[in-house]
Design a binder for this molecule. Sequence first.
Ligand SMILES: [Zn+2]
Length: 185
Amino acid sequence: MMNTTHAAMGVTLAAPLTALAPEFAPIGALAGFLGGAFPDLDLLSGQHRQTLHFPAYYSAAAIAAVTAALLAPGLGTVGVALFFVSAAVHCISDAAGGGLELRPWKATDDRGVYVHPAGHWVRARRWIRYDGAPEDLLLASAFSLPGLVLFDGVVRQLTIGALAVSVVYVAVRKRLPDLETRYLR
Ligand SMILES: [Zn+2]
């Protein structure tokens, strides 16, 4: 799944706050956006979907952080909670996408996401065939609705920006491996 899909999922996770605790909704949405985007920083260095992807550890941190936020609601605790919930959802949902191959639409690699305590890769299910697939854009659009409708200010602007990036990414996705091999390797 695209990084922007994960970021939009993070904002969606914060959507209930607009009804339950509106004062925490903007910080929750921002933290959700960042937590959704964060794990993919391992694209820049290290092994993608292993170095900064922690489905088990983020989930454990999320349970602790949500408990803390419920016991002592505040901007800090709510922000940390949404960050970890979103990062955990990102890592778990990566297993629903494609593998780690350069051209994931060819389905030649089975690595979905690495689970550190278990010491192995979870298989890529390919329900979303690859990052930047048309169905991925559909998912990103659906998860962008809360950011567009329920939020304003920075959250809405980030959502619009991410959606624009998604559209361009999906349009050029299948040309990226050629560019990458030509200029980056
Ligand atoms: Zn990821």
